[in-house]
Design a protein around this ligand. Structure first.
Ligand SMILES: Cc1ncc(COP(=O)(O)O)c(C=O)c1O
Length: 285
């Protein structure tokens, strides 16, 4: 009997060049020009501000926090899913309540969700949020789900970890609710080995970006000097100023070397517009 594999990464050769470029430019961190390009491409495709994070789980975690989930809250969540749809609810001290599936879609039953919401409304204790999962690229029946949630003013997080590229009535999965979360784990539709993306409207992504980048304040000590004498990828040579000695910072001893910037290797020496999104991330003065 032949096996149908869930999803196998396809590596075509370009990936290793991109990894090499990351090493060569010293952008091997959680930010950098490649990551910004990825976010921009995602944003262009889905039409919503996008934040790349370490995993789909992290995207769900930040997304729930954006929706105000906290200790003592209830969150209704699809029951047929990977455990990562549920774990972040517990990370925030809230209680997951599993909602059973519709046999037609294997995803959250709109009727059972509506019933659960009605019952909680009668008790005067609505859940803080609903996590609806799109399973194996199959979208949940979002229209009645969103309508039920809207009736009770309960926000919806779409766990679209498995549904990049799927659409519901012509709209991309992950963009119909209040927040969407995607995964780039090794068994997902596209992979970075690990990784995730959070999408949302308005200021939410900026807020999550602040949290995801250590919630740093705009203070001078967060401005670091680069390790390389050459401009990082994406930083035009014309806007790059060498150190006075002209030597690369990497030639100094590890002890005396200033810590490498994880956010801003261009630092104050780069005057290009490339440093603008970086500055936005680090909020450096
Ligand atoms: C439905 C679902 N939600 C969340 C996740 C979590 O994503 P990650 O493994 O990137 O944390 C996965 C997959 O791993 C998933 O299949």
């Amino acid at each position: 009997m032949s096996r149908i594999l869930l999803s196998v990464p396809h590596l075509g050769g370009r990936e290793v060049r991109h990894v090499g470029a990351a090493f060569a430019s010293n952008w091997v961190s959680t930010v950098g020009p490649q990551l910004e390009e990825f976010e921009r491409a995602f944003e262009a495709r889905l039409g919503l501000p996008s934040l790349a994070v370490a995993s789909g789980t992290a995207a769900i975690h930040l997304g729930l926090r954006l929706l105000g989930v906290g200790p003592g809250d209830e969150v209704l969540v699809s029951d047929l899913t990977f455990v990562a749809s549920v774990n972040p609810i517990r990370y925030l001290g809230a209680t997951p309540v599993l909602v059973d599936s519709d046999p037609a879609t294997w995803t959250m039953s709109p009727a059972l969700l509506a019933e659960a919401l009605e019952e909680r409304a009668r008790r005067g204790r609505l859940p803080r949020a609903v996590v609806v999962v799109h399973l194996y690229g199959q979208c949940a029946d979002l229209e009645p789900i969103l309508a039920a949630c809207a009736r009770h003013d309960v926000p919806v997080l779409e766990d679209a970890a498995e549904a990049l590229g799927a659409s519901y009535r012509g709209r991309p999965a992950g963009t119909l609710g209040d927040v969407g979360a995607f995964s780039f784990n090794g068994n997902k539709i596209i992979t970075c080995s690990g990784g995730g993306m959070l999408v949302a409207r308005g200021e939410r992504v900026a807020k999550a970006r602040h949290w995801a980048t250590q919630a740093r304040e705009a203070r001078a000590e967060y401005r670091r000097r680069p390790r390389t004498a050459s401009p990082p990828a994406g930083c035009p040579a014309s806007s790059w100023t060498k150190t006075r000695s002209g030597r690369a910072a990497t030639t100094s001893s590890p002890r005396s070397r200033p810590p490498t910037s994880r956010r801003d290797p261009c630092g104050s020496r780069c005057t290009s517009s490339r440093s603008t999104p970086d500055a936005r991330r680090s909020a450096a003065p």
